[in-house]
Design a protein around this ligand. Structure first.
Ligand code: NAD
Length: 425
């Protein structure tokens, strides 16, 4: 296993100077061709993804279109980040350039397999890096397909390599390899910490996309019917196996009962798909027991359904110090917590080890901005949930991680800046 990692990393390192010096237009053309090819192969890619995850075909197709968008977006940005000219002294010409790291290791989870691989691979390649990817054990198929399609579309040998296998061996070997100069990891906090310990020894730059326990704040003046459907979408999409799920619903006390009834009704109708792994299915069942032990009340759900399905579940009688309000469950499970004032809502939202995203629903424009600015998270949605776009930088505060994926911003995390001073007089 680790010998295979060594072979892949050495092949990548050998390919790095060539890829870095491909003219930017040509690099962009290859990435654009990969984008088109992903769309052209969407049926086959969705078939693989559905077979490996069990997710509904429409969701898999949407995620694959999103994967193609990453390549399309970064193909159009290959000329960035551009450098600056700095006005230092008349006898000096001082400027900055952005340079790729070289070999970037990408380690991805199983919840949105191809989409999350593309999220890191596309900007890394656009910035001139070469990439070795390790997908999650149970969902490697579409990442392998991506590398094959990219090679067929003209990506040179060694520029994008996939090494499949267990995290403890293959993943660790990538992080430890001396020729790997940057790692982008998406997954759990404990593994992010383990990678961070190795990175500390190696002084290795990381992007860490870890979990979340994101809060959705609903004020009494909001469009409550719409907010209820959004609140349900926020925690049931992909059966809640999304790091940016809205799993804590903070509701102004005066509308609490009415709003919970609307959410429960919409949740009972939601089609959520199965839990993707047996381990994750067991985790959600475990939290049903924790919720019962903590005295929370399931107003809907709280049970497993057939296969690896669980019922969309909404708990009331929850306080923010309970385990079900603090720990990421990664299933279609929502906790509802009432609040009385704007300040209290913000305080509860930020009283979390995590800080990935957040939402606020209100008709008061001033409050919308105040709360959006006060929430400790990398993305905030006002009067909608999760306007996901490749253009919007994405990443965490606190235990949700650091670094940013997506947007022009991601290019800064796949390159470093060099200042050059030239004496001209
Ligand atoms: P995980 O962190 O164990 O696995 C993620 C990836 O890391 C996989 O490719 C895995 O093989 C690899 N890995 C595992 N151990 C490693 C190690 N020691 N060194 C290097 N790589 C290693 O996550 P999981 O078990 O697949 O999921 C468990 C939890 O992770 C979920 O319940 C959820 O909390 C979180 N998660 C978060 C996201 C996200 O997008 N932020 C996505 C999936 C899972």
């Amino acid at each position: 296993m680790t010998a295979e990692v060594d072979r892949a990393v050495r092949a990548a390192a050998a390919a790095a100077p060539g890829w870095r010096h491909v003219a930017s237009f040509d690099r962009g053309r290859v990435l654009m061709a990969v984008a088109r090819r992903l769309v052209a192969e969407i049926d086959e890619l969705a078939r693989i993804e559905c077979a490996e995850t069990g997710k509904p075909p429409a969701l898999a197709e949407a995620e694959i279109r999103g994967a193609a968008e990453y390549f399309e977006f970064y193909a159009s940005l290959v000329h960035l980040p551009a450098g600056d000219v700095l006005d230092v002294r008349p006898d000096l010409h001082v400027y900055t350039v952005r340079e790729p790291f070289g070999v970037v290791g990408v380690i991805t989870p199983w919840n949105l397999p191809l989409n999350q691989a593309a999220r890191a691979v596309a900007p890394a390649l656009a910035a001139g890096n070469v990439v070795v990817v390790k997908p999650a054990e149970s969902t490697s198929g579409t990442t392998v397909a991506l590398a094959r399609l990219a090679a067929e579309e003209g990506l040179p040998a060694g520029v994008l390599t996939v090494v499949a296998g267990p995290g403890a061996t293959v993943g660790t070997a990538i992080v430890e390899h001396p020729l790997v100069r940057k790692v982008a990891f998406t997954g759990s906090v404990p593994v992010g910490q383990a990678i961070g310990r190795i990175a500390a020894e190696r002084i290795l730059p990381l992007t860490l996309e870890l979990g979340g326990k994101s809060a959705n704040i609903v004020f009494a003046d909001a469009d409550l019917a719409f907010a209820a459907t959004e609140a349900v979408r926020a925690f049931t999409t992909n059966a809640g196996q999304v790091c940016s799920s809205g799993t804590r619903l903070l509701v102004e006390r005066s509308i609490h009962d009415e709003f919970v009834a609307a959410v429960a009704a919409a949740a009972a109708r939601a089609e959520v798909g199965p839990m993707i792994t047996d381990k994750q299915f067991a985790t959600v069942r475990h939290y049903f027991e924790v919720a019962a032990a903590e005295g929370a009340k399931a107003v809907v759900g709280g049970h497993v359904a057939g296969g690896r399905h669980v019922e969309p579940t909404v708990y009331t009688g929850v306080t923010n110090d309970m385990a079900i309000a603090r720990e990421e469950i990664f299933g279609p499970v929502l906790v509802v917590i009432p609040f009385d004032t704007e300040a209290e809502a913000v305080e509860i939202a930020n009283d979390s080890d995590y800080g990935l995203v957040g939402g606020v629903f209100t008709a008061d424009i001033g409050r919308a901005f105040r709360v959006a600015h006060a929430i400790e998270a990398g993305q905030v949605y006002v009067n909608s949930w999760s306007t996901q776009s490749v253009q919007m930088p994405f990443g965490g505060h606190k235990a949700s991680g650091y670094g940013r994926e997506k947007g022009i911003e991601a290019l800064n995390h796949y390159s470093h800046v060099k200042s050059i001073s030239v004496r001209i007089a």
